[in-house]
Design a binder for this molecule. Structure first.
Ligand SMILES: [Zn+2]
Length: 247
């Protein structure tokens, strides 16, 4: 049977001198392994897949198991992302956040939408650390984590301008009025601008985010807050995270 799907190549491995096996994440959120014959040849029809992250229209034959790749057409080349080492590193972090949570037989259409949205935001010059934070916040539940930034765990207050700490005892924000000797144990001071951004990103549907224009400083603070949440609740280690610290 012949299939045609939009997708992004998420893995590749050499199969022989000239061929590779690639895995694509399709627009329906399925992982499909494909044999790409002649991938490594100079005149390969799949040459556009050799470098960078791209949204591609894949045409392939598949009956069961491994498919056979026939044709590729680039839909979104993400030129800015692929052409700038720093932005590409942030994009790799995004890819890692999404693909690490994929499971073999699981179909996750929302993962694909989040991937394309995040790459498009980077392409459209949104603040890179802000985009990674957004991706990480959306992926957090799939790693079994949670982030509660809507009401103070002690008084139930919802006035965001008063939020001042994140507590790992209460697993929630606390407001400035409720911070005392006892509640401040395992509570980290976080600027309320950052807490506000985290809440906004958590609640806004992926399709409704068109740009993330925040200052570089706030984006960096937001990302370190989100990474602290990941450290506390997921214990997952992302290679690209260290890479970003070296930029
Ligand atoms: Zn309170």
């Amino acid at each position: 049977m012949i299939y045609q799907h939009k997708g992004v190549m998420i893995r590749q491995t050499n199969y022989s001198e000239s061929s590779r096996i690639i895995t694509i994440l399709t627009e329906d959120g399925a992982q499909v392994p494909l044999m790409a014959r002649g991938f490594n040849k100079t005149k390969s029809p799949f040459i556009v897949l050799r470098q960078g992250l791209k949204e591609v229209l894949f045409t392939y034959n598949r009956f069961k198991g491994m498919g056979m790749l026939n044709e590729v057409d680039v839909i979104q080349p993400f030129k800015r992302v692929n052409g700038d080492f720093v932005i590409y590193t942030y994009a790799s972090y995004i890819m890692e956040l999404i693909t690490r949570a994929l499971e073999e037989e699981m179909q996750q259409e929302s993962f694909y939408r989040l991937m394309i949205k995040s790459l498009s935001l980077l392409e459209a010059e949104s603040e890179p650390a802000g985009v990674v934070s957004f991706t990480a916040i959306k992926m957090l539940p799939y790693y079994g984590g949670q982030i509660n930034v809507d009401e103070c765990a002690v008084c139930g207050g919802t006035d965001r301008s008063l939020f001042s700490h994140y507590s790992f005892n209460y697993h929630s924000v606390l407001c400035a009025r409720c911070i005392d000797e006892e509640t401040s144990h395992r509570a980290v001071p976080i600027s309320n601008r950052v807490l506000y951004l985290a809440g906004y990103m958590k609640h806004t549907p992926v399709d409704q985010v068109d740009s993330i224009r925040i200052s570089k400083d706030n984006a960096a603070l937001l990302l370190s807050f989100v990474e602290m949440i990941y450290d506390e609740y997921t214990g997952v280690y992302f290679k690209s995270r260290r890479l970003i610290q070296t930029l």
